[in-house]
Every structure is written in C-alpha cells, then in structure tokens.
Design a protein around this ligand. Structure first.
Ligand SMILES: O=C[C@H](O)COP(=O)(O)O
Length: 264
C-alpha cells in the first residue's frame, strides 16, 4: 500500500497583501521551527494571492524554507490575448508547486464549467504544477442526498483525458460548499464517506495503485480543534484550510495535529 504524506494547505483567498504575506509566512516558519516540525511527516503549503507569490518565493529561497506554495487559480492557456489571466508557465517560473483548480468560489462567482476545469487541470499538469482539484456539493444537493453522485460527476469531468500517471501526482480536495467559511464542519464520517468514494471512483476510472497514490484533502471550516478527528479517518490525507490559515499560530497547530496531546 502506498504511503501518502499528509498535506496541510492554507488557502489565503483574497487576504494579505505582499507585506502581510511575508510576515505571516515568516511567523508560520518560526512557529513550526520552534516546534521542530518534520516536513517529511506532514507537508505544508500556503496558497496566497497572485500578487504575493514573488515575495513568498523570495522569502522561501532566502530562508531555505521547506514550505511549498501554490496559486489560487491559473489559465487554461499558456500565453496570448487573455487579459487578466495568469499563465501556468509564469507560475512555474516563480517556483510554484501547487495550483488550486475549480475551487467552489471560482465555480460559483466566475461560473467555471467542468470543461474549463478539465482544461485547467491539463494546463497545470503540462506546466509541471500539481493541481489541487476542488470538488464538492452545495447544501441543497446534500439535503437531496445526491452529494456523492454530484461530487463524483465533477471529479470525472475534471479528469477527462488525464492519464493514470498524472492522476497519481494529483491532490483532490473535497469541499462541501455549505461548510466553507460558515463554521459548519462536515463530520469526520462525512469527510471519510466522500474521500473513500473519490478514491473508489479513481480506482474504477484508473486502477488500484493510482487510487492509493492520490491524496484527498478535506476543506471546510477546519480548525486546530477539529482537525485531529478528521485526520484520523483513513482516506483523508490532509486539509485545505481557508480562514484558519490566516493566523500562523492556528495554522501551525493544524499542521501539528499529531502533537495536540502534548502541545506544540
Ligand atoms: O479553500 C479553503 C476552503 O474553501 C475552506 O475555507 P474555510 O476553512 O474558511 O471554511
């Protein structure tokens, strides 16, 4: 069985300018250093706004930080007349590792279609970025008990024409929209149900080895007080953290979920 390294990714959304980003990242790095965090056991990434990425890169390089960083979105195109879009190649040049694709806020506020999300998955993979593909249902869909079917359809659409080899590197984030920024958290059992279903569908679409390699994160009001119970579930490989990642001490506690009993 493949050993999957847990990933804690902090999505800052549209918060923190480049000065604030530097301070926040520095504080996160110091807190984790004080706690003697072993990045081989839990990987850490921050996902700042585009305008912060150069400052983040400079700090990571200068202080030789082991914290990875990602982009919150990217273009499906490499270059050309696409005003306001960011090429995956520009992100690679900035040392970016991850790219969020199909976050629910992009799907909702920018009407991103499954087809566009599939194109973005492919453009990020082509550029050597690791997509963090976001899927999940809204409250109405969950109330209708159609959440598994809905989420797996999003997954299948996003993976059209993506090879098994590529999927093995992928990160999938299950984010129930009703639990994002609301303080409502899915139960650990909800997170496990969907993570297992996602892994099961990857096995059906590809093979068991691919399904064992892919990392599935949970996202939606994750905090230091609830992360350990979610991480105890066998198919949950980490968290995509929004609000709580803006506080470096709180985010460090989330990263250090295994040490909660003994403190940081
Ligand atoms: O990308 C992160 C998710 O949207 C979760 O956000 P949240 O932790 O603020 O609920």
């Amino acid at each position: 069985m493949t050993q999957r390294t847990p990933l804690m990714a902090g999505n800052w959304k549209m918060n923190l300018d480049h000065h604030q980003a530097t301070h926040t990242l520095q504080k996160l790095a110091w807190t984790l250093k004080d706690a003697k965090h072993d990045y081989a056991t839990v990987e850490v990434a921050v996902i700042p706004p585009f305008t912060d990425l150069r400052s983040v890169q400079t700090l990571v390089d200068a202080d030789k930080l082991q914290i990875a960083y990602g982009a919150q979105d990217l273009s499906a195109h490499e270059s050309g007349a696409y005003t306001g879009e960011i090429s995956p190649l520009f992100l690679t040049k900035l040392g970016v590792t991850y790219a969020l694709v199909g976050h629910s806020e992009r799907r909702e506020y920018h009407a991103e279609s499954d087809q566009l999300i599939n194109a973005k998955v492919k453009s990020s993979l082509k550029a050597g970025l690791v997509p963090i593909l976001c899927v999940g249902e809204d409250l109405e869909t969950r109330r209708a008990a159609a959440h598994v079917q809905h989420t797996l359809l999003q997954l299948e659409a996003a993976l059209a024409d993506v090879t098994a080899e590529q999927v093995r590197t992928l990160v999938i984030a299950y984010e129930p929209v009703w639990a994002i920024g609301t303080g409502e958290t899915a139960t650990p059992e909800d997170a496990q149900e969907m993570s297992e279903a996602i892994r099961g569908r990857v096995a059906e679409l590809y093979d068991a080895e691919t399904a064992q390699a892919v990392r599935v994160l949970y996202g939606g009001s994750v905090k230091s007080s609830n992360v350990a119970s979610i991480m105890a579930k066998p198919d949950v490989d980490g968290a995509l953290v929004g609000g709580a990642s803006l506080d470096p001490e709180e985010f460090a506690k989330i990263v250090r979920f295994q040490s909660h009993e003994v403190g940081l």
